[in-house]
Write a protein that binds this ligand. Structure first.
Ligand SMILES: Cc1cc2nc3c(=O)[nH]c(=O)nc-3n(C[C@H](O)[C@H](O)[C@H](O)COP(=O)(O)O)c2cc1C
Length: 170
């Protein structure tokens, strides 16, 4: 088993594509990748190091499969686990609920003993009104906008992976 479990949800494939970029950046041999539509909390529980990725859909809502899984993660003991988050959104069309899904996962995990890393992500360079993914002006994880800023994605991923490398023992 690889030492990092990356769990993503997706409606139209963007968050899966980003998952694959992240895995390539970290190294194929150290990351197992899962679609949350097909997992149980036990799959999550197996990993000491976790990456969770979600788009925001509806009006500031979590992706459907994440909506199903997240409440069930109550059964997972996050003691000793390190978790990093990434979220996708569309800042032009949904500037009042930009990457809210990222914030929804964050606020669920912050109640657990998990060590949350990969936050403090600067909101400079994004143009939006409001986001549940912000704490003290910074995002709680990596934020990507494939609808408007796809050209920035690879550099953002490279920078973020460098940020979490030490926390993930890489
Ligand atoms: C119906 C619909 C609703 C959306 N709602 C939001 C939203 O509330 N906030 C946001 O930041 N992005 C929103 N988006 C943008 C998606 O998060 C974005 O397109 C994302 O890349 C989709 O990822 P996926 O292909 O993995 O499903 C919405 C997109 C669609 C199609």
């Amino acid at each position: 088993m690889a030492k990092i479990g990356l769990f993503y949800g997706t409606d139209t494939g963007n968050t899966r594509k980003i998952a694959k970029f992240i895995v390539r950046q970290i190294g194929d041999d150290v990351v197992d990748i899962f679609n949350v539509a097909k997992v149980t909390p036990e799959d999550v529980a197996k990993y000491e190091f976790l990456i969770f990725g979600t788009p925001t859909l509806g009006d500031g809502e979590l992706q459907d499969d994440w909506q199903m899984l997240l409440p069930n993660l109550d059964s997972v003991d996050f003691t000793g686990k390190t978790v990093a988050l990434y979220g996708l959104g569309d800042q032009n069309a949904y500037g009042h609920e930009f990457v809210d899904g990222l914030g929804i996962i964050y606020h669920a995990l912050v109640k657990t003993p998990a060590k949350l890393v990969g936050g403090g992500w600067s909101s400079d360079g994004y143009d939006f009104e409001k986001s549940k993914g912000l704490i003290d002006g910074d995002f709680v994880g990596l934020v990507l906008d494939q609808d408007n800023q796809a050209d920035l994605t690879k550099d953002r991923i490279a920078q973020w992976v460098d940020q979490i490398r030490g926390d993930f023992g890489l």
